[in-house]
Ligand binder design. Sequence first.
Ligand code: AMP
Ligand code: MN
Ligand code: MN
Ligand code: MN
Length: 286
Amino acid sequence: MLNSYSHLINADLHCHSIFSDGALAPDVLAEQAHANGVALWSLTDHDEVRGLPQAQQAAQDLRMAFVSGVEISVTWAAKTLHVVGLNIDPKHPNLLAGLAGVRSGRLARAQAMAKGLEQVGVPNALDGAMQYVRNPDLVSRTHFARYLVSLGLAQDIGQVFQKFLSTGKPGYVPHHWASLQAAVGWILESGGCAVLAHPARYQLNEVMWVALMDEFKHLGGSGIEVVTGSHTSSESQRYARESVKYQLQASRGSDFHGHNESRSDLGALPFLPSICVPIWAQWSHY
Ligand code: AMP
Ligand code: MN
Ligand code: MN
Ligand code: MN
């Protein structure tokens, strides 16, 4: 167990590289995190662990503590949730097979998205999005968003999502991701901790939030993100209280995707509120 100041550690346990929808390579992210004063870092690409060896090596070269991570796409009660796995074993066969299954639907979904966009006068959007894809297994809405910004159809990524890519918009295609049970199961089997990412983003009412917490805890989930680039400070305060209420550990991460695209730079976030138990308290390096 650590000292009582562990909530003051600059941990950034959520970001993305070119192995999913981030704009930078893992080693560049590591350098940036280190330069920004991050002391404990994780790379958490969507449904993908192939960036981790490079991230781990770069972190080791910089003598920055590192844990392997992933952010798994989940469908729960007809909503998309994201579950971050931290301190996972990126070679665990069940985790790898599970993630391969989650990734496998992405290309067909992207083709359907391109059809939807074509109907509102944006031709060849899949080819356009693919120009931004470095990992052909991982075509995401973010790649479409970058392409649509390049066409001048929106000012920034956020606006593209509002106009084209969020629920009900022409480029939106409903998709069935992993079940919550499967995603938490793969994370736990590989030795990791399961953390509910950016809880404020799901806009769950109180009944659904309680149901989610009950199920998540029952499945073995152990943490929620309290301080993230996706939360306002009042949302962070709210989820700090929720973490205490549900006896969940608290995580902190920028959700950095690239410069000019993300609300928070690597490590540039408020510290965890002192009422929280940091998820890293159980890891040996702290
Ligand atoms: P996908 O997994 O293909 O559905 O893409 C999800 C990703 O899209 C998220 O991880 C974010 O990076 C990005 N995203 C989703 N909603 C928004 C938004 N409103 N503004 C900017 N990026 C978003
Ligand atoms: Mn993303
Ligand atoms: Mn997410
Ligand atoms: Mn993320």
